[in-house]
Design a protein around this ligand. Sequence first.
Ligand code: AMP
Ligand code: ZN
Length: 679
Amino acid sequence: MGEVSEDAVGRHRELVAQVRAHDRAYYVLDAPTVSDREYDRLFAELKSLEQAHPGLVTPESPTQRVGAQPREGVVKAEHPVPMYSLDNSYDLGALEEFDRRVRERLGDGETPVYVAEPKIDGASLEVIYRDGLLAAAITRGDGVMGEDATANARTIRGLPLSIPEKREVILRGEVFIHGADLEAVNVVRRGAGEEPFANPRNAASGALRLLDPALTAARKLRISLYDLVYTESGAPPYFATHSDMLKGLQDWGLPTHGLEQRCETLAGVYRYLDDFESKRSGLPYPTDGVVLKVDALSQRQELGFTARFPRWAIAYKFAAEQATTRLLAITGDVGRTGALTPVAELQPVALAGTTVARASLHNVDYIAAKDIRVGDTVVVQKAGEIIPQVMRVVLDQRPPESVAWTVPTECPSCKAAVVREEGEAALRCPNGRCPGRLRAALFHFTRRTAMDVDHLGKVLIDQLVAAGLVQDLADVFALPSKRDAVLGLERMAEKSVDNLLASVERSRTERTFAQLLTGLGIPLVGASAAKLIAGLYPDLPALLGQDLGELEEKLAEVHGIGAKMASSMVAFLGDPQERAMLERMIALGLTSQEDTSAGAAGEGPLVGQSFCVTGTLSQPRPVIHEKIRAAGGEVHDRVKKGTTFLVAGENTGKSKKDKAESYGTKVIDEPLFRAMLAE
Ligand code: AMP
Ligand code: ZN
């Protein structure tokens, strides 16, 4: 570590301060102060300065946010002071009751002043600074024990890695994700055949629990701090009131919501509620209510805690949008793995701007626990969720003849007796030949990330299965030999049959082996594992030629595959029926194209996605292409069929975008693209 010149030290300090200020502007104030290009330039300069003078690297340098290696597993951590929940209320009466109790406990001569502030709907996190450095972060867990999330918290760019206060500071806050950033995350998930997150809360709490901080960084988490906790050993009273504390946190450079308001009376609180309810939809983060807190910390101490809540705070929750309607039937969808998910068929009802005719019932235990019956009037709700949920039954409107719902004993599609594995909430259809499962499997097989058969939607799949024209995945490739039968299906014209069969031919000859493996829908084997396997064996015949015992050992060793996936893969290949099906695919002329996308390792957030880049971006195009490949994505020079995304920089013409849309290519801007790249 040679001598570091004063100049370098000074420049380093300057750059750290600048990057930090820009991070704050972007991630806390939502008001970027520089272009992405300028930011990248500063960051690159900082990095090369540190490379030239490794002695300059300190833990609080912005370059050290994603430093840690992926963890092996979850590590528990205890909260220095338990993390309590909040008492909840949905009506103003409860607030009055709260106010009355507070006054009663405080006694004469002490009048509470309240602070009203947003209740952010994310995941709570405890953050601890020691000697001015971000030292630890712990998720809430059960309030006493949480999970160590230190490495992940470091990736939250709005959270300073150092603060001027050198005493130990234990803080609590809410980690959240912007709506737009959630969309980017979900785009990647859908592309990879994964379930999108139903709401921002799940995305945030899931991100804090990820084992690889690089993946957490990609979620672009933000945080808002709302509490400073005093330890039992009696940390010095840093502040006298909650509102002073929030200002103090801001002075230390910590992110707070900045929307708190002191209210001397309940009338003031009500005005805040009104005002807040009208502006919350414009806030970049999701909120589900307002928290009311006693401002004076001395009064808080006097009030103390119940077993679960502080006596000095209450959450006023906004009612989620709800509607009441009749439950017409409980049906089940069977997925390709055989899992049965109960679905509520409803009398269509308007809810939060859409008409809702189906809602989630989660699983059979949920239905039993809530005693939800066909014919009941039920309350459906859309809160942060994208899919509406059945919340409860309006009991006094239950028809007298109604009977309790019975857990289905057979598959709604094939009538096979369902099984329920121990400890699992889901029922399964065990029948490998179930038409319902087959339909779901075909749908998965023919999607773009898999074998990409155009002109084959759900309706046509249903028809093909019902007519017996397709009985397994291999039969897709036999369709060209059954042209007349396909033409005989309802609503099939010559032209549409030609289109379909041409797509089938392309699918049979133009897809990669990784796409095939993805499409087979082998349990646990998703797009990225498929890529890894395809990197080891060039095509299906090569894979089928392996000794299964050796194959299992070999796959289990591969980083990114592991024992569970290996055994699932081998179980699939060892199943005589599946094996015969795969051999038929080969006999029908299935061939795999070489995978031209770089990164044969097939890792990274963009695996299975293809990109065309256009317009003016913050970096030269070849650099961006390289980044796409490095992240496991594929680069297309122009938008063509199958291009997943068009990254449209500034000055992208409308015709380009229209063309992309006509191909079903999603048009994204640079910030969204960078979010996908985990930048
Ligand atoms: P609940 O999960 O509904 O019991 O609400 C309690 C949770 O609200 C806390 O654990 C925090 O994670 C969260 N929360 C969000 N905003 C605030 C805030 N301003 N003050 C306190 N808690 C908050
Ligand atoms: Zn079935």
